[in-house]
Design a protein around this ligand. Sequence first.
Ligand code: GUN
Length: 284
Amino acid sequence: MYKLIDGKQISTQIKDELKDRVAKEGIKATLAVIQVGDDPASSVYVGNKKKACEYIGIGSRSFELPEKTTEEELLDLIDKLNDDDDVTGILVQLPVPAHIDDKKIINRISPLKDVDGFHPENVGNLCIGQDGFVSCTPAGIMELLGRSGIEVEGKRCVVVGRSNIVGKPMALLLLAANGTVTVCHSRTKDLKDICKQADILVAAVGRPKMITSEYIKEGAVVIDVGIHRMDNGKLCGDVDFDDVKDMTSFITPVPGGVGPMTIAMLMVNCVKAASNRSENHNGK
Ligand code: GUN
């Protein structure tokens, strides 16, 4: 019998822990959230991020910029927010419109305020095991594993997907936890055979229900990062849940698995940025 990993419950637990800590330690955090254009999915994510800030006791400042905003204007805003001592975290919702180079935007955010963990300095820190901000979705998956009592050390871990936001940092985190890690992608040969060796399989492919029982080893832990709206209006992941669940030991549902953890870990990063800042100020 498989166990369901309840991301909703674990994320609420994390947010409650943060809320207590912010109140007890009097942490003053403010997250600046920038959205360029009015993509409906991005608006939902941004709205949820602001709600989470409110729940925990973190201030949020919203910048809803028109689609036609130039790269220069966006970079200027980031410079102002980098210099603003009241702002402890900065987040630019991705994707930005095609005329803006997202790499330039990410590189401009101060690494000390980069609560998404996308800046090369933070990615570099993750790579060599130094402290920094870690991308929220993979960090959330490590929390799900840890809080479910799942050991990574010595396990065969397979990550399907190599994005900068999920696949690559996920592989680095599993490696840092002493897993034996394989990263697969769209050009991987014998994908099924490789997935079938996984004790822990992380699916971040972006294709609805692609991972079927043929990809699963009996007793595997299956983590589903995908979220897709089906024709019938229901949500599904990259994993064909009903087909694979009985082969697994643990599995995340969609919705209610990985999704809620991304925002919880963003809040962890926001509190960390504010707390680091006040430590540095006190030290001066
Ligand atoms: N777009 C999709 N995921 C993310 C995320 O984690 N952070 C930001 N800023 N944009 C995203």
